[in-house]
Ligand binder design. Structure first.
Ligand code: PHE
Length: 357
């Protein structure tokens, strides 16, 4: 059999199944990756954007779904990992977009509870309402008006702040943000909230975003210093916080970094697995992305499916993130492995404990 890109990424994935659907009306591809249902229904956000080809959308869904398995396992939370990618064509109007989301909702309904979703890059709580109207179980993070827990951004940002504190404590011996120079890459739905929280704690924040409107809005709101998207990697700081898209830590960018630590909420920050070692060699403490960013999915699913009190959810996820990171940093140090290896071991231990039960 000829090996194409899709075969290659699927063969090395290690997940349970992949569902694909072509929407003939809009030409979009819907890709749902069920990575693991060992701890519970496969749960993860819906990413909607343009991709060069189906193979790229599939590769993204596979990687992101594994990230969700790791998040829930590290948090010791009863959900498995899944993720959906909707690869859209350019110039999709509102009506076609809503029809596409309903088509996606019907697909989730057909899966009968195997897969639960929430928002991600390119989708919102209002989109979750549209998907839920099809009777799809379970659609997390719907608007409060529609009976959901609303936007997951604030909980993700709170978890990220806790992750930054734990990383600063490990690296510099104090978790205080006062006077700490932090560079935030990406001021989107989580990054912007994080910038506000960091400034409130007295940090010296510089940020960047590829969207000029976002830069203007965030600068007007908080008055934080702006960096050009490319120069963010060269800025001298205590901690670099990637909060945009994934794959940004690679051989070239790691060599440019002028920081002692990296902790941010973007998914899949490392371009390759070797980059974890590369960061270690450059003496940069890396807080694994799937630990730092677990706050949104865990808080929202906790509130909506496990009956957590909404006012307690953010402190709960902050505790989960800092405890997990402390453990990861300890294991990385005592066993002389990268923090990513240590965090994966923690997740794998939780996954194997559950299988034996
Ligand atoms: N975008 C979230 C993440 O990557 C996914 C999510 C949000 C899942 C809210 C469930 C509820 O973690």
């Amino acid at each position: 059999m000829q090996e194409g890109l899709i075969e290659r990424s699927l063969a090395s994935w290690g997940g349970e199944m992949l569902i694909t659907h072509h929407d003939s009306l809009t030409g979009a591809w819907i890709v749902i990756a069920i990575h693991s249902t060992r701890l519970g229904p496969a749960t993860g956000g819906t990413r909607m954007k343009e991709y060069p080809a189906l193979a790229d959308a599939v590769a993204d869904a596979l990687l992101l779904s594994e990230g969700m398995t790791l998040k829930f396992a590290v948090a010791d939370f009863p959900r498995g990992g899944g993720k959906a990618v909707i690869a859209v064509r350019q110039g999709l109007d509102d009506e076609a977009r809503a029809a596409l989301l309903r088509q996606y909702g019907r697909l989730i309904r057909q899966l009968g509870g195997l897969y639960e979703t929430g928002p991600d890059v390119g989708t919102s709580s209002a989109d979750m309402d549209t998907i839920a109207q099809t009777g799809a179980p379970y659609v997390h993070s719907r608007t409060v008006e529609a009976g959901g827990a609303g936007d997951s951004g604030p909980a993700t940002a709170a978890g990220t702040l806790a992750g930054i504190r734990a990383t600063l404590a490990q690296r510099y011996g104090s978790q205080s943000l006062r006077g700490r120079r932090i560079v935030v890459q990406g001021a989107g739905s989580v990054g912007a909230i994080l910038i506000g929280l960091l400034l409130e704690e007295g940090a010296d924040v510089a940020f960047t975003d590829i969207n000029p409107d976002t830069v203007r809005l965030v600068r007007e709101r908080f008055g934080a210093r702006v960096l050009s998207p490319d120069s963010a990697f060269d800025e001298s700081c205590d901690l670099f916080s990637p909060c945009a898209l994934g794959g940004i830590l690679n051989e070239t960018t790691i060599a440019r970094l002028q920081c002692g630590a990296v902790a941010g909420c973007a998914n899949n920050q490392l371009a390759t697995t070797e980059d974890a070692e590369r960061l270690r060699r450059h003496d940069i403490l890396y807080a694994p992305d799937f630990v730092v960013s677990l706050g949104g999915a865990v808080a929202i699913t906790g509130i909506e499916a496990l009956g957590w009190a909404p006012q307690e959810a953010t402190s709960r996820v902050s505790r989960i993130v800092s405890n997990a990171l402390r453990h990861v940093f300890d294991v990385a140090q005592s066993e002389d492995v990268s923090t990513t290896v240590a965090a994966r071991r923690l997740a794998e231990k939780r996954l194997s404990e559950r299988t034996d039960a």
